[in-house]
Design a protein around this ligand. Structure first.
Ligand code: SF4
Length: 391
């Protein structure tokens, strides 16, 4: 078994470029109080012209989104990056695993830059390569590995995607998790799925979309011997859920859903499938960030919505749709702390460094990891297309 791994180092200390961990900024950041930051960002972008392509994840701050050439979820952004082979620099305003995916899907000459290396993802950190290899060894010892197909959510490190590629598995997104699980169950008779790293997306998909029962799902805890599971439990399980979760979406509770329904008559509860099962089962609609955006765009004026996803996106939707009553599905304010690491000073520093001919914070996946991660990503791209109202 691996030694106990803390999921995150204190931000700004130590360096571990192969993980989703926080590191110091290696340069001199402009002061956040600098009144010229916006003008400096604009000037740097103009100076770089077509050489740079700026991607902004939906959960980024407004000050950064203002400079994005495209916005989207992690998979859309990686595909957008792959569609711009002429761009020498891809500045990824998102988190580390997203920049890795962009590096995997772009050409060898293109350089992917993450403005702050401390922008990791606590969920991705919850499944580390050594832990997953240990789990696989335990599945081999339990005699079940031959029937296990690993499927990892896009929100995982390149190492984990490569693990899935090597072991006959695939990557999935929150939009295609159902098709990915159906595909996995077709791979071998008596197939089981090892779902990484988000237990909630895995459980919600298996139970609510594939019709499995909660008892068909077991949770593998990487911090307990044998995942905390017996051989019999592993033999019986259809889905082995990795014990990981999103620290932002995991905060939403059924109590707040009930409270809002009581307070605001007719309110619609709209949540992301990374939320807990007891929240998702109380919601009216469930879907990816793209689905959430489209749902609000299509909603009638005067309708009321409580949205369970990252707060930057909820606020942006509320500002863009003043004719609708939009509230956050939590009592307290909570942004994704790592998404918020990318701020205007880091963005300006990265862009001005590029203008000066210095490539900073480049994210590079090693060739062997890239080869196998691409196999898993390609299996996802080969999945049959599916249109579903909830995705
Ligand atoms: S919102 Fe959750 S999954 Fe997304 S980057 Fe933050 S911690 Fe990771």
């Amino acid at each position: 078994m691996s030694t106990i791994d803390l999921p995150l180092l204190v931000l700004g200390h130590d360096a571990d470029p192969r993980s989703e961990r926080g590191v110091d900024c290696p340069g001199a950041l402009p002061a956040a109080s600098d009144p010229d930051l916006v003008a400096r960002a604009r000037a740097a972008k103009e100076a770089l012209g077509e050489r740079v392509f700026v991607l902004g994840h939906h959960y980024q701050r407004d000050e950064v989104i203002a400079f994005a050439d495209v916005t989207g979820d992690s998979f859309k952004l990686a595909r957008d990056a792959a569609g711009r082979p002429e761009a020498e620099f891809i500045v990824f305003c998102g988190v580390h695993f997203m920049a890795e995916s962009a590096d995997i899907l772009t050409g060898p000459e293109q350089k992917v830059i993450l403005p702050d290396l401390a922008a990791g993802c606590s969920m991705a950190d919850m499944a580390r390569a050594g832990q997953v290899e240990d789990a696989w060894d335990a599945l081999v010892d339990a005699g079940v590995a031959d029937s296990v197909v690993p499927v990892t959510y896009m929100n995982s490190s390149a190492d984990i995607k490569a693990f899935c590629g090597r072991h006959g598995g695939a990557v999935c997104t929150s939009s295609n998790a159902q098709v990915a699980l159906e595909w996995a169950f077709d791979q071998t008779p008596d197939a089981k799925v090892l779902f990484l790293p988000d237990q909630h997306l895995g459980r919600n998909t298996a139970v609510l979309q594939l019709g499995l029962s909660l008892e068909d799902c077991v949770v593998w805890d990487p911090h307990r011997p044998h995942g905390g599971l017996t051989r019999e439990e592993l033999e019986k399980a259809r889905v082995i859920l990795w014990r990981g979760h999103c620290s932002v979406h995991g905060r939403f509770t059924p109590e707040v859903v009930d409270e809002l329904r009581a307070k605001i008559p007719g309110i619609n509860i709209l949540v992301h499938p990374e939320c807990r099962h007891d929240v998702v089962t109380r919601a009216d609609l469930v879907g990816s960030t793209e689905f959430i955006i489209k749902t609000i765009e299509a909603a009638p004026p005067g309708s009321s919505w409580a949205i369970g996803t990252e707060l930057n996106l909820v606020q942006r939707l509320a500002n863009a749709h003043p004719d609708k009553n939009i509230v956050f599905l939590d009592r307290t304010v909570c942004y994704c702390s790592t998404m918020n690491r990318i701020d205007l000073p880091h963005f300006v520093w990265a862009m001005e460094s590029l203008v000066a001919g210095q490539v900073v914070n480049q994210i590079q996946v090693d060739p062997e990891t890239e080869r196998w991660a691409k196999v898993a990503l390609q299996r996802m791209l080969d999945l049959p297309a599916r249109t579903a109202a909830k995705d």
